[in-house]
Design a protein around this ligand. Structure first.
Ligand code: PLP
Length: 397
């Protein structure tokens, strides 16, 4: 049976009523027959039947032993860090998601957890930087926004040799393209806000563990800290997951066509997309991802903030917004949006140049998307006098 068929049919029909859609159990508590005697549910922070369905299919989707749903991707990441104690070290990918950087550095460092960042695109750097205190290796692959790829299998081996856990933030690839547990990861986190939810209508996070033992520890943290996903939002993620394979296939093929188009445009300098043979880590991407995914990043020959702004403010279908993974195409300018708080020198060293633009390619017809980008790029490359004339002409219409 295909993965998509299997997934769709592993979402259970309601055993009480036959409802084909998972019921939303909007309740705080569950009536007990006698003290401690219940139907497997006692209080909805600990367990909720709607959330339980999501947690089960998340585990199945990622080939894990257990899954857990949280109020956001960051709450999921937070739960994983709580496996550690003071004195432990995290070894993390250097261009990590900004929110994870903020959590590690500004919250957990003050509780005595040390963080080291390395370029994980070369697994040797991980082997060199790992110490006896490293308890957690943290990967994102592809990374945001330059879509660097790290070798999950090689890094899992290094982590395990040193008795450290490997956690992979699988948000960008999604389980439709990449299954890190099958490559040796111990834990997977997701911002389900992105491809799993898939419709830009909620904030949610997931943790999936490879073993039941690790799952029991995350379950304890989830209940003890309480950052659970609400029943209605759990239902929305379930509904998103039903179409995950179909959506990601289309996001990916649209993104590849756009990346190939961008390579041909004279105003474009570099194009970053793991599905292009020109990508620096193409070989590993080919091995561990089934396609390139829905995010494409590029820079302009005129490498200035203004040139990028002329593009991102003049698309019609691509909407200017943070986030990714939804049905509607989005674009953003990391230097002044998602990466604004990072000092310019550090940001540029990480490859986030002033003109870098990130596209979250949606599910519109790809011809329309390419036309939209083309007109914005053409407009942005006009000299300022022609641009004013162009603006005046539009204003007159
Ligand atoms: C968005 C994102 C997060 C954070 O998730 P939230 O749902 O916004 O809390 C974590 N990792 C990656 C790679 C993301 O893109």
């Amino acid at each position: 049976m295909s993965k998509a068929t299997d997934l769709i049919h592993s979402i259970p029909v309601d055993p009480l009523t036959g409802a084909i859609s998972v019921p939303i159990y909007q309740t705080s508590t569950f009536v007990q027959e006698a003290p401690g005697e219940n139907k497997g549910y006692d209080y909805a922070r600990s367990n909720n039947p709607t959330r339980a369905v999501l947690e089960d299919i998340a585990a199945k989707l990622e080939h894990g032993a257990a899954g857990f749903a949280f109020a956001s991707g960051l709450a999921a990441i937070d739960a994983v860090v709580k496996l550690l104690q003071s004195g432990d070290e995290i070894l993390a990918v250097d261009d990590i998601y900004g929110g994870a950087f903020r959590l590690f550095t500004h919250i957990y460092q003050k509780f005595g957890i040390k963080i080291n960042y390395v370029d994980t695109t070369d697994a040797v750097n991980v082997a060199d930087a790992i110490t006896p205190n490293t308890k957690l290796v943290w990967l994102e692959t592809p990374t945001n926004p330059t879509l660097k790829i790290s070798d999950i299998k090689a890094i899992a081996k290094i982590a395990h040799l040193h008795n450290a856990l490997l956690c992979v933030d699988n948000t960008f690839a999604s389980p439709a393209l990449q299954q890190p547990i099958l490559l040796g990861a111990d834990i997977i986190v997701h911002s389900a806000t992105k491809y799993l939810g898939g419709h830009s209508d909620l904030i949610a996070g997931l943790v999936i563990t490879a073993t039941k033992d690790l799952g029991d520890k995350i379950k304890f943290i989830q209940n003890a800290s309480g950052a659970i996903l609400a029943p209605h939002d759990s239902w929305l993620v379930i509904r998103g997951i039903e179409t995950l394979h179909l959506r990601v296939k289309q996001h990916s093929s649209n993104a590849l066509a756009i990346a190939e188009y961008l390579l041909t445009h004279p105003a474009v300098d570099a194009v970053y997309y793991p599905g292009l043979p020109t990508h620096k880590n193409y070989k590993i991407a080919q091995q561990q991802q089934s396609s390139g995914g829905g995010v494409v990043t590029f820079t302009l020959k005129n490498d200035t903030e203004q040139a990028a702004k002329n593009v991102v403010c003049n698309t019609r279908l691509f909407k200017l917004a943070e986030s990714l993974g939804g049905v509607k195409s989005l674009l953003c300018h990391p230097a002044t949006m998602t990466h604004k708080s990072i000092p310019a020198v550090t940001r540029q060293a990480a490859g986030v140049s002033d003109s870098l633009i990130r596209l979250s390619v949606g599910l519109e017809d790809v011809e329309d998307l390419i036309e939209d980008i083309e007109q914005a790029l053409d407009y942005a490359t006009l000299d300022s006098i022609s641009r004013q004339a162009n603006d005046a002409q539009f204003a007159a219409v």
